[in-house]
Design a protein around this ligand. Structure first.
Ligand code: SF4
Ligand code: SF4
Length: 129
């Protein structure tokens, strides 16, 4: 019996509260600034080294130096942010935008092609002995 009292209270109060859930994708919640979201790339800064592809645990990334292509499968990405941490050019970042909702695997792949030549990674100048 004692279990039913808090349960009943909870049930009653829930009848007069707004639901915590939203009808995504028709409604979207405002996300905190630190939210791990959509992986973004500054494609013209990418040097196509492929490190992000090698380190991605879900094989969501494909990098082609020959085609100057960086590609992400949004359905495979688990937003672990590992690619952001390992990128030597710091051209990856995490945005708070929502990924497009889809169940179609082909629609979930986004391709980015570089249109400019990136600046090479500068090596530290040798120290005089
Ligand atoms: S690690 Fe960075 S620079 Fe290298 S391919 Fe990935 S995004 Fe481009
Ligand atoms: S955030 Fe993680 S899962 Fe998503 S592309 Fe980067 S390394 Fe892969």
């Amino acid at each position: 019996m004692s279990l039913f009292v808090p349960m009943f209270k909870n049930l009653l109060s829930s009848l007069f509260k707004k639901p915590y859930t939203v009808r995504y994708p028709f409604e979207k919640k405002e996300l905190p600034r630190i939210h791990r979201g959509h992986i973004k790339i500054d494609i013209n800064a990418c040097i196509f080294c492929g490190i992000c592809q090698k380190r991605c645990p879900t094989y969501a990334l494909k990098v082609s130096k020959a085609d100057k292509l960086w590609s992400i499968d949004r359905l495979s990405c688990i937003t672990c942010n590992l690619c952001i941490d390992v990128c030597p050019k710091k051209c990856l970042s995490s945005g708070v935008e929502w990924s497009a909702s889809t169940s179609n695997k082909e629609e979930s792949i986004e391709n980015f092609y570089a249109t400019a030549t990136p600046t090479p990674i500068s090596k530290p100048a040798p120290t005089p002995e």
